[in-house]
Design a binder for this molecule. Structure first.
Ligand SMILES: Nc1ncnc2c1ncn2[C@@H]1O[C@H](COP(=O)(O)OP(=O)(O)OP(=O)(O)O)[C@@H](O)[C@H]1O
Length: 235
């Protein structure tokens, strides 16, 4: 479904991403880990055609994302708060996103039912604009919007960041539900090694823009990742 071909990104001649080849098959749950500045968000932004590659290109379903609009019809994503419309209320935002994705008001409502425990009565009916929500609640809203309308591909940048422990567990269950019931391809970047190994079947470690490990998730993966980052922590 996704193929990266000699994908490179540099800023002022300084390379921040350099991936010669990577293929992510349809239906795979793919986790991206790496230290601060490793290039995770850069990769997700290139996938979503939010920034220009310096070299190479990303293909989704055989078409370069830069040359096609097709992938936008089946891709849900949440990278950061810029994806939200801060002057809308959460209710208005979901109505708006529902219309764009061709989801009826009734189906938007049943989608949101799934998120009720995660939202914890803090998002709807509060007469608040999105700009007034806490960071964690904005994250919940963005992730719920990314999953609306049966996307085939979901791209999430650090979905657990800023969520309290209970919310992290609830979000993990929601993602697992989507994985079990629908054949969604997930690309998830995370600093949380526990969560990412629980919800992904394959993990790639990025270091200074390069893939240093590409491993299928097994019972040993969490330990392997912990060891990898532990060794790097030694000075
Ligand atoms: N617009 C920009 N101009 C210059 N450098 C940039 C720009 N955007 C990103 N970078 C650099 O690219 C590198 C990779 O950044 P990126 O945000 O992809 O890392 P990350 O792995 O997502 O990090 P984090 O875990 O901290 O979110 C960093 O060194 C960053 O400073």
């Amino acid at each position: 479904m996704i193929k990266l071909n000699n994908l490179q990104k540099s800023y002022k001649k300084l390379s921040v991403l350099n991936i010669s080849e990577l293929t992510i098959p349809a239906g795979q749950s793919f986790g991206l880990v790496g230290n601060n500045g490793a290039g995770k968000t850069t990769l997700l932004r290139l996938l979503l055609d939010l920034i220009r590659a310096s070299e190479g290109y990303v293909e989704i379903d055989g078409q370069a994302v830069t040359d096609s609009e097709e992938w936008k019809n089946f891709t849900g994503s949440f990278i950061d708060e810029k994806f939200l419309i801060s002057y809308l209320t959460p209710e208005e935002y979901f109505q708006f996103i529902g219309r764009i994705r061709g989801v009826s008001d009734g189906d938007v409502e049943s989608h949101l039912k799934l998120f009720e425990p995660l939202f914890n009565d803090e998002i709807f009916g509060k007469k608040k604009y999105i700009r007034d929500l806490s960071k964690g609640n904005k994250k919940k809203l963005g992730v719920a919007a990314a999953l609306l309308g049966d996307p085939k591909l979901v791209i999430l940048d650090e979905p657990f960041e800023n969520l309290d422990p209970t919310s992290q567990i609830r979000l993990k269950k929601i993602i697992q539900q989507f994985q079990a019931e629908k054949s969604v391809t997930f690309l998830i970047s995370s600093h949380d090694l526990n969560h990412v190994t629980e919800i992904c079947e394959r993990i790639v470690i990025l270091d200074q823009g390069e893939i240093v490990k590409d491993i299928p998730v097994t019972n040993q993966t969490l330990q392997e990742l912990t060891d990898y980052f532990g060794e790097n922590a030694e000075v």
